[in-house]
Design a protein around this ligand. Structure first.
Ligand SMILES: Cc1cc2nc3c(=O)[nH]c(=O)nc-3n(C[C@H](O)[C@H](O)[C@H](O)COP(=O)(O)O)c2cc1C
Length: 205
């Protein structure tokens, strides 16, 4: 795919919020416009894992991340979970790609079943029907047969199933290195240039 101009990023309530926040930082640094969505459970996990308050007031979250990550005015737009007039809700104006990071087993199941019961599920459904890139970063351990079946179903519809499984062959020295390994894989899938981790065979491993 060509480098996207607009990416929808959704946080759901799985463990792994550091991946989602770092991805948001990298997307904004790359210059792409970001539509940000987050579930109620994501608000709980962000608080629990990072002591980060994802306010229910979208303007506050827009300001928080725009200031923290030096976004251009208008580069980041936050949408509420039932904001049905958001561009992401329709196939007539979707983003170029969507990432759900981290992705719960619940969101995975709802998308595999086509429920479209909130804006995250609907935006993902739109990506599938419009054949746009949908990347899911599902986090659970172990996976049940149901989780695996849902992933297979979505993979067969060309969704990218990208579990947050960091490698160790690049000799990570910190949690940040492990997070960057996963975020680099997502950016590669989006065709967004990145140099977060050394590439295999580059002589740096
Ligand atoms: C701290 C915390 C960690 C959680 N970790 C996971 C997880 O790794 N994977 C998962 O599928 N659900 C996890 N859950 C449960 C989901 O948040 C829960 O199923 C929720 O209903 C998902 O809603 P959402 O898909 O709308 O975000 C976690 C919940 C909490 C509070």
């Amino acid at each position: 795919m060509n480098q996207p101009k607009t990416v929808t990023l959704a946080f759901t309530g799985a463990s792994g919020m550091p991946y989602g926040i770092r991805l948001l930082e990298c997307l904004l640094a790359s210059g792409v416009n970001v539509y940000l969505l987050y579930s109620q459970a994501a608000q709980v996990v962000a608080k629990q894992e990072l002591d980060l308050t994802l306010s229910g007031k979208k303007q506050e979250v827009e300001t928080l991340f725009s200031e923290r990550f030096n976004a251009r005015p208008g580069q980041l737009t936050v949408f509420g979970r039932e904001e049905w007039f958001a561009p992401v809700a329709s196939g007539s104006n979707p983003a170029d790609a969507m990432v759900i990071c981290p992705c719960t087993m619940g969101a995975l199941a709802a998308i595999a079943a086509g429920l479209s019961d909130n804006l995250i599920e609907r935006a993902a459904d739109v990506m599938l029907k419009e054949n746009r890139k949908l990347i899911l970063v599902p986090r659970e351990a172990p996976f049940s047969a149901l989780h695996l079946e849902n992933m297979l179903k979505l993979a067969r519809m060309n969704a990218v199933i990208l579990p947050p499984n960091p490698g160790f062959y690049h000799h990570p020295k910190s949690i940040a290195d492990l997070v960057d390994f996963v975020v680099a894989k997502i950016l590669d899938q989006l065709a967004i240039p990145q140099s977060l981790t050394p590439r295999w065979g580059s002589g740096a491993n």
